[in-house]
Design a protein around this ligand. Structure first.
Ligand code: DI6
Ligand code: FE
Length: 401
């Protein structure tokens, strides 16, 4: 059962570069790439189906490696208030901010959370995303974190996408534990994480290391628990202040440290040595009108892999298009379109520990790819949003758009 996809050009993204093959073809067998190369080298074989891609440019399916796509309600009213001059602190004091999303998420049923997340994640899928990471973190107690993680598993079963689930119980302090952050961390380490992992709901563990969330010492306790459960870790680090979270993440061989606006040169060196991916989130940078840039020169100089992601969340990045984030990666962070494409394919695969199977088009990897009706791959980054004409192939099957 081999399918031949012919008449295309391919940006394979091997080694983090276009690594283009012009006048190319791909043979898929089941969910995998059986052969890839120039059409003239195509081995004689029998194909059950031949699909003409009409000269399209093929890239790996895009990977959105940091999202909070499951949540109740949204914060558009808060957004409007802020623009009328109400401060973030005033909004938080009147029960807004993360607390309002936690309330709405706790009130929602699994079915309601699934329905609203499906709409959002479908937008990302139509944008060319075939692999997505989704975090919990708006439940903040066992039952509600479990509910979120179960919805993430249901999204995986429903959508033609690879979905990775990350437990972010250490996202904020729940109302039950005000002024008792150490006790909440104990509860995460002793009860929540072991149980949720035992139920098969967790692929990785994340935390929010920030002065308004959890300290490096508290995060380290969560990381130790993750290590004892054999789960990889990631970290929201250095978004608003320099606490050394990214160095801590590197010490625990984290898959990624994310945000990173305030990271230091020492943090960059630690991440480079550990092979921890830097996940930059231009949507949150833009939405918060941040002025402190992540240290891009230093990240490049030390050879840290850079991934880009939507951070889709109701508070700081209500981003329904990864391609818009890709353009921002170029305009705001001065990544070239080639670096941006690597950032949402092979480097994003590294940020999820999926680099052996996803993120580039090579023999043996999964057959996840997008055929774009464009003249050059840089167009995927160049156009601001919109729906570029494309065909999406996931695990060897064309997705009905
Ligand atoms: N960093 C963020 O920017 C979001 N979470 C995080 O760890 C904020 C999430 C929210 O406001 O709902
Ligand atoms: Fe986030």
């Amino acid at each position: 059962m081999k399918k031949l996809w012919k008449n295309c050009h391919i940006a394979t993204m091997q080694h983090g570069q276009y690594s283009s093959i012009e006048d190319a073809a791909i043979v898929t067998q089941g969910q995998h790439i059986h052969w890839i190369g120039t059409f003239k080298d195509l081995p004689a074989d029998a194909y059950t189906e031949t699909i003409d891609l009409n000269g399209a440019w093929v890239t790996p399916g895009l990977i959105d490696c940091h999202t909070h796509s499951v949540f109740g309600g949204n914060r558009s009213v808060e957004f409007e208030k802020r623009l009328q001059g109400v401060s973030y602190a005033e909004i938080a004091a009147s029960g807004g901010g993360i607390a309002s999303t936690v309330r709405a998420t706790r009130e929602a049923s699994e079915e309601q959370l699934l329905a609203s997340a499906l709409k959002r994640v479908s937008c990302l899928l139509r944008d060319g995303v075939t692999t997505i990471e989704i975090k919990s973190g708006y439940g903040l107690d066992y039952a509600n974190e479990r509910k979120m993680l179960r919805v993430i598993r249901q999204l995986a079963a429903t959508l033609p996408m690879t979905v990775r689930s990350t437990c972010l119980a250490a996202h904020a302090l729940p109302p039950e534990y005000q002024q008792q952050s150490d006790a909440y961390i104990d509860h995460i380490c002793n009860e929540m994480l072991p149980k949720l992992h035992q139920e098969g709901l967790v692929d990785a563990v994340d935390a929010f290391c920030e002065y308004l969330a959890f300290s490096p010492a508290q995060v380290e306790r969560v990381f130790k628990t993750a290590r004892s459960l054999n789960l990889p870790v990631k970290l929201h680090a250095e978004q608003l202040s320099a606490l050394g979270g990214s160095s801590l993440a590197a010490r625990y061989q984290a898959l990624s440290a994310d945000h990173l606006e305030f990271m230091t040169e020492d943090d960059v060196k630690a991440m480079a040595a550990a092979g921890t991916v830097a996940v930059l989130l231009p949507g949150a940078f833009y939405f918060l009108r941040e002025t402190q840039y992540p240290p891009l020169d230093s990240l490049h100089r030390h050879g840290v892999r850079i991934a880009l992601s939507s951070d889709l969340n109701p508070g700081t990045s209500p981003a329904l298009s990864l391609r818009l984030m890709m353009n921002m990666g170029s305009t705001l962070f001065r990544l070239t379109p080639e670096q941006v494409l690597a950032a949402v394919t092979i480097h994003a695969a590294h940020a999820l520990g999926l680099q052996d199977t996803h993120g580039s088009l090579e023999q043996g990897k999964v057959a996840d790819f997008v055929a774009w009706d464009i003249e050059h791959p840089s167009e995927i980054v160049y156009w601001l949003g919109g729906d570029l004409p494309k065909r999406i192939i996931q695990h060897g099957n064309e997705v009905a758009l």
